[in-house]
Design a protein around this ligand. Structure first.
Ligand code: CA
Length: 477
């Protein structure tokens, strides 16, 4: 590993929220809300339009971000597989290179001696999913001993995580670079707004997604059998009100959507306010010119799209991660990047930007050249995806893997729990889907087996096998 002169190394502020879909950020053209502070990052930085996760669920995506490896390598395959904290992560490398490092907010990679955060000088995290209001947090011991101290106080989680982040920045050595990972709980289910935003959107109807009444007619049987439709939301727990009497089915869907999306967007309004506080702090303390700022989310989310909430699937709304980044020393203001980048690419990219040699263990590719507008001629043109948690108890989503290119997507529902934690039987028959992203960008019509797609189908099947071989994953059947 190289140790560059730390005085010239940039700081890195990595802000990650939980379940924030790109289509709920105005810099991405949101039709349903406005996020002026998140947009500030894109306005003087770069918006990535083809950033994808390799497994659209919280714990596995977080492991991929930290380690730069796919889930079959880091073994964090489902929600129920905590991360081994002996794994190599980019914060550990930053710490070894002389960075001051901290993690504040959502961790969700397990607790205890084998799973607590490592690689951080200081951490203060939510236990498990944590709570929106008056959240208890666990923090590293000041004497560096194993275990944690419990922090109890009042307040709203997004405000407190930001308060803690700013307090940590205020107390560190200004002569050394820093890495701060601020991980918000919001906008995760069950979408509980702060007092300031309780009544936001009370007087308006939020526009409905074009695909809200998708009938799923051509989709795999296992997809049709999932339980993540708007009608599967619990009225009292999720929507905080009983369904009004006398509604038709269509009227009830519309009522459910409004109840759901308004609270989702209210929690995002708090994130936007608090990201603004952090950007202001960097300006006021003269650190903006030497600080890289990233805003992303661990995956996307269905915002009533196809009649669903939640994520897990390989469809666009769930697969796409928002990713905006500013770096005054490399990125031209207001730039937009369409080259494909993945969550496994974050760690090697951050290493390169900090002057740290990229370890061979990392499977992702540094996209540092893209920041300066240079796309390497052999840049990745396809991506590999795998969701392992077959028939999870929450939503009954099938296990699947697939490949996406700029024009098509092939999905194989291999439908086998394979003894993964949190996955369940029975083993279902294998099913396939193919989408033409140019002719059908909303992925309404599955064209697998259609005569006109025979060539592209066989090419994608070969590409899927090639990626599995290259990345060392094993086909299920
Ligand atoms: Ca998540």
């Amino acid at each position: 590993m190289t140790h560059w002169g730390v005085a010239t190394s940039p700081n890195l502020l990595f802000i990650m929220s939980d379940d924030h879909a790109a289509h709920a950020i105005s810099a991405y053209g949101s039709l349903i809300n406005s996020t002026p502070n998140l947009d500030r990052i894109a306005e003087i930085g770069m918006r990535f339009d083809s950033c994808f996760c390799t497994n659209s669920i919280c714990t596995p995506s977080r492991a991929a971000v930290l380690t730069g490896t796919y889930n079959h390598v880091n073994r964090v395959t489902t929600l129920d597989t905590p991360m081994d904290n002996d794994l190599l992560t980019f914060p550990k490398l930053f710490q070894q290179a002389g960075y001051q490092t901290a993690l504040i907010g959502k961790w969700h990679l397990g607790h205890g001696p084998r799973h607590d955060p490592t690689g951080f000088d200081f951490w203060r995290v939510l236990p498990g999913q944590g709570h929106y209001h008056n959240p208890v947090m666990l923090q590293s011991r000041t004497d560096g001993a194993p275990g944690y101290d419990v922090v109890e106080r009042g307040g709203y989680v997004t405000d407190l995580i930001t308060d803690d982040s700013l307090q940590w920045l205020d107390g560190i050595d200004r002569s050394r670079p820093w890495l701060l990972m601020t991980h918000h709980k919001a906008p995760h289910r069950t979408w509980e707004p702060s007092r300031e935003h309780f009544t936001l959107y009370d007087d308006v109807d939020i526009p409905e997604p074009a695909t809200m009444f998708d009938d799923h007619a051509t989709r795999a049987a296992v997809v049709q059998a999932m339980e993540m439709r708007l009608v599967d939301l619990d009225p009292i727990v999720d929507l905080k009100a009983p369904v009004p009497a006398g509604l038709s089915h269509e009227e009830e869907i519309r009522w459910r959507y409004q109840r759901y999306i308004k609270d989702y967007l209210r929690t995002i309004a708090s994130i936007d306010d608090n990201v603004g506080r952090m950007l202001d702090y960097l300006d006021e303390t003269g650190q903006a010119d030497n600080t890289i700022v990233v805003y992303t989310s661990d995956q996307g989310f269905f915002l009533g799209d196809h009649g669903w909430f939640d994520k897990r699937l390989m469809y666009e709304e769930s697969l796409r991660m928002p990713f905006v980044m500013r770096d005054p020393n490399r990125i031209q203001a207001g730039s937009v990047q369409d080259a494909m980048v993945l969550n496994v690419d974050f760690a090697p990219t951050f290493c390169e930007l900090a002057g740290i040699e990229i370890p061979v263990e990392m499977q992702g590719t540094s996209f540092a050249p893209l920041l300066e507008g240079q796309t390497p001629p052999d840049w990745q043109a396809s991506m590999y995806y795998r969701y392992w948690m077959h028939r999870d108890r929450a939503h009954n989503v099938p296990a699947h893997y697939g490949v996406r290119t700029s024009s098509h997507k092939l999905i194989c529902y291999y439908n086998d729990p394979l003894d993964q934690q949190g996955a369940n039987g029975p083993i279902d028959p294998v099913e396939w889907e193919l989408y033409d992203l140019e002719a059908d960008p909303m992925e309404i019509t599955n064209v697998y087996g259609h005569a006109g797609y025979a060539t592209v189908q066989s090419e994608l099947e070969a590409e899927l096998a090639r990626l599995q071989h290259q990345l060392g994953d094993t086909p299920a059947r």
